[in-house]
Design a protein around this ligand. Structure first.
Ligand code: GTP
Length: 366
């Protein structure tokens, strides 16, 4: 089977991390998000994927120099201007010459959806388009997708006021499309599949179906969900080990390669310490992911945090529920908390506090 993976968005909600790295290439517990997706697609027999790109396309080409990921052949479709989700799907599918049904995935989704069951459902209903739905407690900030008893989509209800949603099932960003769907996407302009194409298809009955599942699902779009993605991966919700080369040195304590986790470190699992990272004795690490070559000095506390490769947490500093970009530095006795993001190469001055803030990318990393 073939797939289009949408990776062209700017990922504005995760700036400044996405200033230099597109969101799908950001690591989730040491493995780029798009690799986790390709792994999942490959496990379900997908052998050809077009990356629908727009923002920072060279980063993807450089990341996959052989145009392959494991058994998957990769193709690249670069939009000269953003075409929206449907426009990008049409452009990518035509670029790759897809002539049969294909999967589409938003490039920021982590899920364990069984794609084989998804195909069976689509075929059994003779659908033109099938949408994966996931259940949320409150769809008011998103869009609810009520269905008829046989699974046909009844409507798309955008941002229903709290308490009025006709369904708690939302569009989970994985689709199976017949090629004929592309005929409903006007060429050469922005078209959003969720706002324009699917509602258009609904005008004729029997076209759009949806499969509701309770599989693991997360949209990794915000600092909060990016942090949660790490926690979920480290807890094994997508399978263990969290990264292919990680070994478990104690229950829930994962280390990679020559990572140096001193024996006097206070650890609250789960944690992942990447290749070449050093965590000094007298520091405390709780439920965090420490990237390759990162340094946690004595007396530092890192809790519920994501520390990207080469970042440094100096002595006496505290990083809680926050993200440090590649090569970022939290100087001695500084405090970073409440879903702050310290941009790649940026520093938080000694003794200062950053609460819910963002430090831009350092000029030299720009
Ligand atoms: P935010 O800017 O933080 O909203 O993130 P985003 O840019 O990823 O946007 P959003 O989460 O709404 O996009 C959902 C998916 O569609 C993501 O995987 C995006 O990369 C992708 N996407 C959005 N717009 C385009 C587009 O115009 N072209 C392509 N190729 N992909 C897109």
């Amino acid at each position: 089977m073939k797939a289009v993976v949408l990776v062209g968005g700017e990922g504005t909600r995760l700036r400044p991390l996405t200033k230099t790295t597109p969101k799908p290439l950001l690591p989730v517990a040491g493995v780029p998000l798009v690799e986790r997706q390709l792994q999942w697609l490959g496990a379900h027999g997908v052998d050809e994927v077009v990356l629908a790109m727009g923002y920072l396309p060279d980063a993807f080409v450089e990341h996959f120099p052989d145009d392959r990921f494991q058994s998957i052949h990769l193709l690249y479709a670069v939009e000269s201007e953003p075409l929206g989700t449907a426009g990008a799907i049409r452009f990518a599918a035509e670029h790759a010459g897809f002539d049969d049904r294909f999967f589409v995935c938003n490039g920021d989704v982590l899920t364990t959806l069984d794609l084989s069951a998804f195909v069976d459902f689509h075929v059994a209903h003779e659908a033109a388009a099938t949408i994966h739905l996931s259940r949320v407690d409150d769809p008011s900030a998103l869009g609810a997708v009520p269905t008829y008893p046989d699974g046909e989509v009844e409507a798309f209800v955008e941002k229903p006021p709290p308490g009025t949603a006709p369904s708690n099932w939302i569009n989970a960003g994985t689709y199976l499309l017949e090629r004929s769907v592309l005929e409903h996407v006007p060429a050469g302009r922005m078209v959003a599949i969720e706002h324009e194409t699917f509602p258009l298809l609904l005008q004729q009955r029997g076209q759009v179906y949806a499969l509701e599942t309770d599989d693991y699902w997360l949209d990794v779009g915000t600092p909060q969900t990016y942090l949660r993605a790490h926690a979920d991966v480290l807890e094994g919700r997508l399978g263990l080990p969290p990264a292919p080369d990680a070994r478990e040195s104690a229950p829930g304590v994962w280390v990679q390669g020559d990572a140096d986790l001193a024996s006097e470190v206070e650890v609250e699992a789960p944690v992942l310490v990447g290749v070449g990272a050093s965590v000094a004795g007298g520091s405390r690490i709780e439920r965090s992911s420490i990237g390759a070559g990162a340094e946690i000095q004595a007396g530092a506390v890192v809790a519920g945090a994501v520390v990207h490769s080469g970042a440094r947490v100096c002595s006496g500093a505290v990083v809680r529920d926050s993200i440090l970009g590649v090569g970022a530095c939290v100087e001695s006795d500084a405090t970073v908390l409440e879903q702050s993001i310290v941009g790649p190469g940026a520093s938080v001055p000694a003794g200062s506090t950053l609460a819910g803030g963002r430090v831009p990318v350092a000029a030299s990393s720009d």
